[in-house]
Write a protein that binds this ligand. Structure first.
Ligand SMILES: *[C@@H]1O[C@H](CO)[C@@H](O)[C@H](O)[C@H]1NC(C)=O
Ligand SMILES: *[C@@H]1O[C@H](CO)[C@@H](O)[C@H](O)[C@H]1NC(C)=O
Ligand SMILES: *[C@@H]1O[C@H](CO)[C@@H](O)[C@H](O)[C@H]1NC(C)=O
Ligand SMILES: *[C@@H]1O[C@H](CO)[C@@H](O)[C@H](O)[C@H]1NC(C)=O
Ligand SMILES: *[C@@H]1O[C@H](CO)[C@@H](O)[C@H](O)[C@H]1NC(C)=O
Ligand SMILES: *[C@@H]1O[C@H](CO)[C@@H](O)[C@H](O)[C@H]1NC(C)=O
Ligand SMILES: *[C@@H]1O[C@H](CO)[C@@H](O)[C@H](O)[C@H]1NC(C)=O
Length: 576
């Protein structure tokens, strides 16, 4: 378990859920996560297990002990809501007790508004032990209602009290349309499958006719073979790839996208001031190119003071400015046009090495320079804990979105092609998929591509199962456009989550990865045309080759095509 700032607040495995108004409709409503509305929307799922979610029946179902701290309100349009004055002890002011069942995932949502300014409002769940579990947050505004999304995954059966909190205790919180909807793991999984069908596949039809008289070719056999997957699901690699041919074979037979875990970092390429050495990353890039593996550039700068080259740590601001300018010019120019992404500034929500020394706009300026040097490559922020831990205030999805918007609104940065990098380094314990999903929803509202960039599940008895849950949740989310794990074979030093042992035998985590690689590709299939000459197939996006043959006439045709998410449905006419 990870312990965060306040001694009494620590993070259980909380989870958040998605929007969508019925349990069966699996829809991602991004717009609601950005809009601030004059009147709140009605409670999702009719409030789920919350009693009196819209406060239509005064405070029925809610506990409000201290008089004067909670008030009922009515809008001009007649909507009822609740105003909480005392936000220091929100659960003492207003709470509702609900029963959580072990194994279920709970999606939470509420509409909130505050009396002044803009403040982060969190939902907290108090367990019977008195622990406060954070379940999501929003930056609420004065004068209009914002959607607070979040959730909790119950690894225990117990009652919890739901309440709201803000750091600034002087503001009032207005609350309405509270919802907590339970899902079994099975329901959750079925939502994922529905989403995968919708966002990762397209419906392909083949109309087979004869060349001679254009009549339908009943009985024609269509063989469909996927050559390449369109979804980048890859794995980090390190310098050992240059040393072990077994590692090369293992890697190249599985993955088409990678990130060098450390070899492109500043501390690797300029260990000694002024002596740049790209030998290793050049060789790794060469290997990747030879095998058709795309590479994410990781990273230009890392904002954590600990991970600077030693000689950089003590530079004066003036010298740092020069050294940083040289670094960004050097690495970005060297690999211009050869990478699919740059992690421009790593972890700049948690750390501020460059901002502290060079000024508050350091990250924005780095994005600006990188874009000018390599205009066609996607420029990413890259952070941890945004999807992993609901109690990490600094890296929450709303803070991430704010920081990225600040960078993109910096004068001159308007045209930057930007992406959202989420490391996804999960600790031990049940991953909070509901919280993960809500964070992806919030960031998905930007319309920018999201990549999970360093996916990892901590060592432990359920590592493989948790890894699978995390990968499935990422893959099913429509805003996620790529996944890279930071893992590999044990021989290369990936010990915490190795995918293959020293004999190249899969670990349980390795089995999960191979299973998903197989599952997320269309198996080669043979389908026979019906009397209308039609063959339909729901296919994963990617490159295909197709052979059509008639068993009696022996006439045949071959074709190839690429299926992308831009074409949800297509028909190809085939004459044989
Ligand atoms: C509460 O009242 C509003 C109208 O003011 C209505 O739209 C809504 O459905 C009511 N909620 C419930 C749970 O009855
Ligand atoms: C069309 O051609 C196919 C084979 O070439 C033949 O079997 C079929 O009878 C023809 N149909 C018509 C209507 O001519
Ligand atoms: C650069 O790094 C490589 C690999 O570590 C090393 O073999 C080589 O000697 C280095 N070159 C220089 C000039 O230091
Ligand atoms: C940072 O950039 C903003 C414009 O986005 C500007 O208003 C501000 O003055 C800049 N800060 C510094 C220290 O230059
Ligand atoms: C629930 O999860 C938390 C955090 O991962 C862990 O500390 C706790 O022991 C778990 N409880 C049970 C009953 O598994
Ligand atoms: C491996 O796990 C240990 C113990 O949990 C941790 O301290 C270390 O940072 C991990 N290493 C990596 C590369 O994640
Ligand atoms: C089709 O091919 C099979 C096997 O090669 C052969 O036996 C058959 O005679 C061929 N039919 C025609 C119509 O050419």
């Amino acid at each position: 378990m990870k312990i965060f700032t306040d001694t009494f607040i620590f993070c259980l495995s909380t989870i958040l859920l998605f929007s969508g108004n019925s349990i069966n409709a699996f829809s991602y409503d991004y717009s609601a996560t950005t809009k601030c509305l004059v009147e709140p929307q009605r409670a999702q799922y009719g409030g789920g297990i919350i009693v009196n979610p819209d406060f239509n029946s005064s405070l029925e179902g809610w506990t409000a002990d201290r008089l004067g701290e909670v008030e009922e309100g009515v809008s001009k349009a007649g909507n009822r809501f609740i105003v909480v004055h005392n936000t220091t002890h929100p659960l003492d002011s207003l709470s509702q007790k609900v029963q959580l069942e072990k194994g279920n995932l709970y999606s939470f949502s509420a509409w909130v508004k505050i009396s002044e300014g803009g403040e982060t409002v969190s939902v907290v769940f108090r367990t019977t032990d008195g622990e406060l579990v954070h379940g999501g947050k929003v930056i609420a505004e004065q004068g209009c209602w914002s959607l607070l999304k979040g959730g909790i995954v119950a690894n225990f059966s117990s009652p919890v009290e739901i309440g709201f909190q803000t750091q600034n205790t002087k503001v009032e919180i207005w609350i309405d349309s509270v919802s907590l909807q339970p899902f079994t793991k099975k329901q959750w999984r079925s939502h994922q499958e529905q989403s995968i069908d919708k966002v990762r596949k397209s419906k392909m039809s083949f109309q087979i006719t004869t060349t001679a008289n254009k009549t339908a070719m009943q009985g024609a056999v269509v063989s469909i073979k996927q050559l390449k997957s369109d979804f980048p699901f890859g794995c980090g690699m390190n310098h050992n790839i240059l040393k072990y041919t077994d590692y090369q074979t293992w890697f190249a037979s599985r993955f088409k996208v990678t990130t060098f875990t450390n070899e492109m970092k500043w501390y690797s390429t300029e260990k000694i001031r002024g002596r740049e050495n790209y030998t290793v990353s050049d060789a790794m890039l060469k290997f990747a190119k030879q095998h058709g593996i795309s590479v994410r550039g990781h990273n230009i700068f890392w904002d954590d003071p600990k991970y600077q080259p030693d000689w950089v740590k003590s530079l004066s601001p003036e010298h740092l400015r020069k050294a940083a300018a040289k670094r960004i010019n050097s690495v970005v120019s060297r690999y211009r046009g050869q990478l699919i992404a740059w992690d421009v500034v790593n972890e700049n929500l948690h750390f501020s090495f460059f901002e502290d020394k060079l000024g508050e706009n350091a990250s924005s300026e780095f994005f600006s320079t990188a874009q000018k040097l390599d205009p066609n490559t996607i420029m990413f922020m890259n952070e941890y804990n945004t999807i992993e831990y609901s109690c990490d205030e600094k890296a929450s999805a709303v803070n991430y979105r704010e920081k990225l918007q600040e960078i993109l609104q910096y004068p001159g940065n308007e045209g930057i092609i930007a992406g959202i990098g989420l490391q996804g380094r999960f600790g031990s314990g049940q991953p909070n998929l509901a919280y993960m999903r809500s964070s992806l929803d919030i960031l998905g509202s930007t319309g920018l591509p999201i990549w999970l960039t360093e996916v990892n599940a901590a060592d432990g008895p359920n590592q493989a199962q948790y890894l699978e849950e995390i990968l499935r949740e990422g893959y099913c989310h429509p805003a996620v456009q790529g996944i890279v794990m930071f893992s590999g074979p044990e021989i290369a030093g990936f010990k915490n989550m190795s995918l293959a042992d020293t004999n190249w035998k899969n670990t349980p985590a390795g089995d999960v990865v191979d299973k998903l690689l197989g599952e997320w590709e269309s198996v080669t299939m043979e389908v026979t045309a019906d009397d209308t000459g039609f063959v339909d197939a729901l296919l994963f996006h990617g490159d295909y080759s197709v052979t059509v043959q008639h068993p009696e006439t022996n006439s045949s045709a071959t074709l190839s095509f690429r299926l992308t998410k831009d074409v949800p449905q297509a028909t190809i006419d085939v004459r044989i």
